[in-house]
Design a protein around this ligand. Structure first.
Ligand code: BGC
Length: 450
């Protein structure tokens, strides 16, 4: 039997985010978020679905923590809804919102599950969007103030903090391509938003350090590896631009205090200069304790002159297996990515803060969900990171996306990523999928046996 055993204190976990699972969108004083507004606008989301109820986790968190315990999770990554804490984004604190997260954290700790908290997983208070959202520099200060309030309330009990989840998605899908809230299509605004997100990250790290708490703080980026479809110079350069677009635009400022030049030249020519204040790059470059990585797939790229900005095109690999998101299953990419990050960016601890797959799961007659493809997906990705760990990459934990089926943004409820099935037809009933049972064994064995 082959064994892929992980380091002793490896943190096996699962992840979710507030808007995707909580529901209770207008309960106990919560303010409106940009995702409430966006999903309530006709035509933005598949089937015009929304997160009003979602998995109703707000009312069922104890049952959910009990399921985490049953699976054997060592850690749970969730996010805090900013407008639950500050309905207007600033000013008056909504105590009931804070109390919800205090109860959740207590429940987790009582069950020996370490909380890992993300401060921003996309649900900006709508009141701040009305003032320009992330394009407005003031949002940077409001975010830092909000983070300070949360640190004061939970900082003594939460060991792992993540400032932002995927600032690439926030800025580009939200402000350049309009697929996510707030639905703007203006590339220059996206670049400004990206810069402000990064500055707010650095300022929040400063705020955390100032409080002398015992936990660790980092950021989560959606990262990929881009592979040229042929070995031609043009394709290789196209792949490099693709990687700069997704990874470098965030990794370079955080770890090298600069934006990647191969893109900043193109961007400046096309959109002019973003407003970057003196000292910003140093703030963004503040030392963090770890890097969180969300990895789902790789990018296969060829040169494409028709795309006048990046001159590249992501193409499909006809031989490969794809998930229901139409993302190629490519576990080797995760190994390559980890080695690349460790070699070229940071020797600090790394966490996989999200990895998983959507498949069209069905609740069977036997009351079970036989999601064998998800098990295969996870097994191969676990093996891939195991190889990186053996070669010395300091990977400390792995959060499967997602703990449960949930609101998959523009796709509504049409994509299921959970290891727990949620029956939206039957009062959000939860059923452990086969993948959750399999993951339980992985955690118990501290690795994969095959
Ligand atoms: C996000 C999640 C999302 C997942 C699958 C990540 O981009 O952080 O919120 O559900 O990918 O699309």
């Amino acid at each position: 039997m082959k064994k892929f055993i992980f380091p002793e204190d490896f943190l096996w976990g699962a992840a979710t985010s507030s808007y995707q699972i909580e529901g209770a969108y207008n309960v106990d004083g919560k303010g409106e978020s940009i995702w409430d507004r966006f999903s309530h606008t006709s035509g933005k989301i598949h089937n015009n679905e929304n997160g009003d109820i979602a998995c109703d986790h707000y009312h069922r968190f104890q049952e959910d923590v009990a399921l985490m315990k049953e699976i054997g999770l060592k850690s749970y990554r969730f996010s805090i809804s900013w407008p639950r804490i500050l309905p207007e984004g600033k000013g008056k604190v909504n105590q009931k919102g804070l109390d919800f997260y205090k109860r959740l954290v207590e429940e987790l700790l009582q069950n020996d599950i370490q909380p890992a908290v993300t401060l921003y997983h996309w649900d900006l208070p709508q009141a701040l969007q009305d003032e320009g959202g992330w394009v407005n520099r003031d949002t940077v200060n409001y975010f830092t103030e909000y983070a300070g309030i949360v640190f004061q309330a939970l900082g003594d009990r939460v060991p792992l903090w993540i400032t932002h989840n995927e600032p690439w998605v926030v800025s580009f899908l939200g402000y350049a391509f309009g697929e996510h809230a707030p639905g703007i299509k203006d590339y220059a605004q996206a670049l400004q938003a990206a810069h402000h997100l990064l500055v707010s990250h650095g300022m929040t790290v400063d705020c955390y350090r100032g409080l002398n708490l015992d936990g660790k703080i980092g950021i989560t980026l959606n990262l990929t590896k881009a592979y040229p479809v042929t070995d031609s110079k043009k394709d290789r350069e196209a792949a490099a631009r693709m990687e700069a677009f997704i990874n470098g635009w965030f990794l370079d400022p955080i770890f090298k205090a600069e934006y990647p030049q191969i893109l900043s030249t193109i961007y400046e020519k096309e959109f002019g200069k973003s407003d970057i204040k003196e000292g910003d790059m140093e703030i963004i470059n503040r030392e963090i304790d770890f890097l969180g990585i969300n990895y789902y797939t790789r990018s296969l790229v060829r040169h494409n002159a028709e795309d006048h900005l990046l001159e590249c095109k992501a193409i499909k690999n006809e031989e490969a297996e794809y998930t229901e998101m139409d993302w190629e299953v490519y576990p080797e990419g995760l190994y390559d990515l980890l080695v690349h990050l460790n070699k070229n960016y940071t020797q600090k601890p790394l966490y996989i803060t999200e990895n998983g797959a959507a498949y069209p799961d069905k609740l069977g007659e036997d009351g079970r969900v036989h999601d064998i493809k998800r098990i295969n997906y996870l097994r191969e990705h676990f093996k891939s990171v195991h190889k990186a760990i053996e070669e010395g990459v300091p990977l400390k934990g792995y959060y499967v996306w997602s703990l449960m089926d949930n609101f998959e943004w523009a796709y509504g409820y049409s994509k299921r990523f959970g290891i727990i099935f949620v029956d939206y037809e039957d009062q959000q009933k939860r059923v452990l999928k086969d993948s959750a049972r399999w993951y339980s064994q992985v955690i118990r064995n501290n690795g994969v046996l095959e």
